[in-house]
Design a protein around this ligand. Structure first.
Ligand SMILES: Cc1ncc(COP(=O)(O)O)c(C=O)c1O
Length: 374
């Protein structure tokens, strides 16, 4: 057994908590990358149940998958192949995030009237029109809107999380972009700049809507404040059954390269999760694991399909549940612990868990209770 248990109720309640934290600001929940590994469709439904008004995804395929699952909520998508089929976006009522003039013209050439949200670069350096292009970009958008080819629903940008002074500079730059859009004759219904970090710590970055990703899944984007302090509950628990447990003598080399050698007679437990499942090999020798309520570290290297835990004399048996990370309030390691062990961020820990690991969903309030269930 290998599983990522996804608590949909946690996603719903995280979104409720976040909505309360940002006041009247509308909330988009970001379900790109298969809902940060939690399952895009299920996460989207749970987020909508918590009061999210919008869903955000990276590309059109992700947006169309939401529509194919019958999810009707407003969706914005923002990173397009040069030949992305905007006809499909229009037919599926998906807002197209547009970053440059040629892309705007392609959206306007789609069959039907495209709804676009114009992205400006205010200091992250990714996509979005740079300031030098704003005049031409907004003028073209206003012309195409007047011609009935597009509706400009939004103007937006993304923070670089490069410190308070940079946040303030990006807010000022975004306000200049909004002024330039207004001067060109645009009157967008939605302006947005902040993801979780800005939404929670930079009220001046909230504008009409905030785009919430990691926090909806119950993780904190901050180094100095964990999820519990933010009132959030991690939605993913990653676990597997111990598939082999054996006594070995002192001096036994463990896993490839024998980076770890037992120092006394001990029990080695084998856990069937490896880098093929998204467990970072970089966490070899360090990643924490909870078995039978006790916490251990991985012994030796993480392999493609498995790793070993030296459990000493603890009574660990085949079939015991090993938990890699989950909600630390239940006594198991957190995704933050794994991020520290692998020298990365909690975002990557949950998002990289691969499709070979089945997701098991704990129903949230989106799923009605079974009739007659106790
Ligand atoms: C454009 C955009 N908005 C919002 C988010 C959500 O960010 P976070 O997970 O920090 O809330 C992301 C994710 O990286 C993003 O790319």
């Amino acid at each position: 057994m290998r599983e990522a248990v996804i608590d949909l109720g946690a996603i719903t309640s995280n979104v409720e908590t976040l909505r309360a934290a940002v006041g009247d600001t509308r909330c988009m929940v970001v379900v790109k990358a298969d809902g940060y590994g939690h399952g895009a469709i299920e996460a989207a439904r749970a987020a909508l149940a918590g009061g999210a008004e919008w869903l955000g995804v990276v590309d059109l395929d992700e947006a169309l998958a939401l529509r194919a699952a019958g999810i009707d909520a407003p969706v914005l998508t923002w990173l397009h192949d040069p030949d992305a089929d905007f006809d499909e976006a229009v037919a599926a009522r998906v807002d197209i995030g547009v970053s440059y003039l040629g892309q705007l013209e392609r959206a306007a050439a789609a069959s039907g009237r495209a709804v676009v949200q114009l992205k400006v670069d205010t200091g992250l350096g990714r996509n979005g029109a740079p300031e030098a292009d704003w005049h031409e970009f907004f003028a073209a958008a206003a012309r195409l809107e007047r011609a009935g080819r597009i509706t400009v629903r939004g103007v937006w940008s993304h923070l670089a999380n490069a410190g308070e002074a940079h946040d303030a500079a990006q807010i000022a730059s975004f306000e200049s972009a909004l002024a330039a859009a207004g001067a060109a004759g645009l009157d967008p219904e939605l302006t947005h700049l902040a993801a979780t970090g800005g939404a929670l710590r930079v009220p001046g970055a909230r504008f009409d809507l905030v785009r919430l990703g990691v926090s909806a899944y119950g993780l904190s984007p901050f180094d100095d404040e964990d999820a519990a302090a933010l009132g959030l509950r991690p939605a993913m628990e990653l676990a597997a059954s111990v598939v082999s447990a054996k006594r070995v003598p002192a001096g036994t080399g463990v896993s490839y390269g024998h980076d770890y050698v037992t120092t006394e007679e001990t029990t080695l437990a084998l856990v069937p999760l490896g880098y093929g499942d998204g467990i970072p090999r970089h966490a070899s020798g360090r990643g924490p694991v909870s078995i039978g309520g006790a916490r251990y570290r991985i012994a030796g290297r993480v392999a493609m399909d498995q790793f070993i835990v030296d459990v000493g004399d603890a009574p660990v048996h085949v079939g015991d549940r090993a938990v890699l990370f989950g909600d630390p309030s239940t006594g198991v390691p957190s995704a933050d612990d794994w991020a520290a062990a692998a020298d990365t961020i909690n975002y990557e820990i949950v998002t990289r868990i691969g499709s070979r690991v089945p997701r098991r969903y704990l129903p949230g309030p989106t799923i009605p209770a079974r009739r007659g269930a106790a």
